[in-house]
Design a binder for this molecule. Structure first.
Ligand code: LIP
Length: 262
């Protein structure tokens, strides 16, 4: 049984996903014109947010809003807000790499209570509601059962274009690569977290990240049985700007390593 809010979120994500898939097919043809492709993707991103906003605010006009493209708008109900990334993995999308997603979360009194991440290119729909488990296309998700770091694969985001603290992430990588099965940088935080929930990745951390990128992923990982904290281990995660999550077995060691530099 899914809530009325979840139905609204899925409808919005699928509608935005359809629009993005259509635009994604065009992107390849635009690669020769760098500026053309950049402007086109920016329009696709804004159109996706317009579609999602119309659906969500149409159905729940009193909820607050935080979207990557249109920013924050308070709602009449101060206890609830949507957190939306209309196109997570913009660089992948721009380069014709089929690894990007729509991410929608609903927060109530500071806690994420419903989450949808839609990987439209692969038709994988990840959903979670507080207390109701995490799901992908109707299948229940569980975090992996791996216990050894040497068998675990982790995901992260590496700051690019001078937009974050690169040295600490490089130190993380230098410590983790020799003692794990590897670290991936796929470029879409919401999917990194959905993959932790699905047991594909054993954990994920990122030092410089926005609320709309991780809001839905937080609930997916928790509902799949994983641990989610800030890198410092204090306070709420969603607005903290950094995150570490993993299955309960490898979480302590991953967290210990990424906490060394703080
Ligand atoms: C991106 C992320 C990516 C992360 C970047 C960026 P965008 O989101 O999902 O994995 O490392 O910092 O925030 O900009 O494509 O929505």
């Amino acid at each position: 049984m899914q809530s009325a809010n979840m139905n609204v979120m899925i409808k919005a994500a699928r509608k935005a996903g359809r629009s993005l898939v259509k635009d994604f097919r065009e992107v390849e043809n635009l690669q020769v014109s760098v500026k053309g492709a950049g402007d086109f993707v920016s329009r696709a991103d804004h159109e996706s947010e317009r579609i999602i906003k119309e659906e969500l605010r149409g159905a729940r006009p009193n909820y607050g809003w935080l979207g990557e493209e249109t920013g924050a708008e308070p709602g009449e109900d101060p206890t609830r807000r949507w957190l939306v990334d209309p196109l997570d993995g913009t660089t992948n999308f721009l380069h014709g790499l089929p690894h990007w997603a729509v991410s929608i979360a609903l927060e109530h009194k500071g806690e994420i209570i419903a989450a949808v991440v839609f990987d439209a290119a692969k038709d994988e729909l990840y959903t979670a509601e507080k207390g109701g488990g995490a799901w992908m296309n109707g299948q229940r998700l569980r975090v992996s059962g791996r216990r050894k770091m040497i068998e675990s694969v982790f995901a992260t985001g590496v700051p690019f274009g001078g937009n974050g603290p690169l040295p600490a992430t490089l130190k993380d990588l230098a410590r983790l690569m020799p003692i794990t099965a590897g670290v991936r940088r796929f470029g879409t935080a919401s999917l990194d977290m959905a993959y932790v929930a699905a047991g594909r990745f054993d954990g994920y951390w990122e030092r410089h990240i926005n609320a709309w990128d991780i809001a839905a992923g937080i609930l997916l990982v928790k509902e799949a049985g994983g641990f989610v904290e800030t890198i410092r281990g204090d306070g709420p995660v969603v607005d903290a700007g950094n995150i570490v999550c993993a299955n309960p077995q490898v979480f302590p060691e991953l967290a210990k390593i990424v906490r060394t530099w703080d």
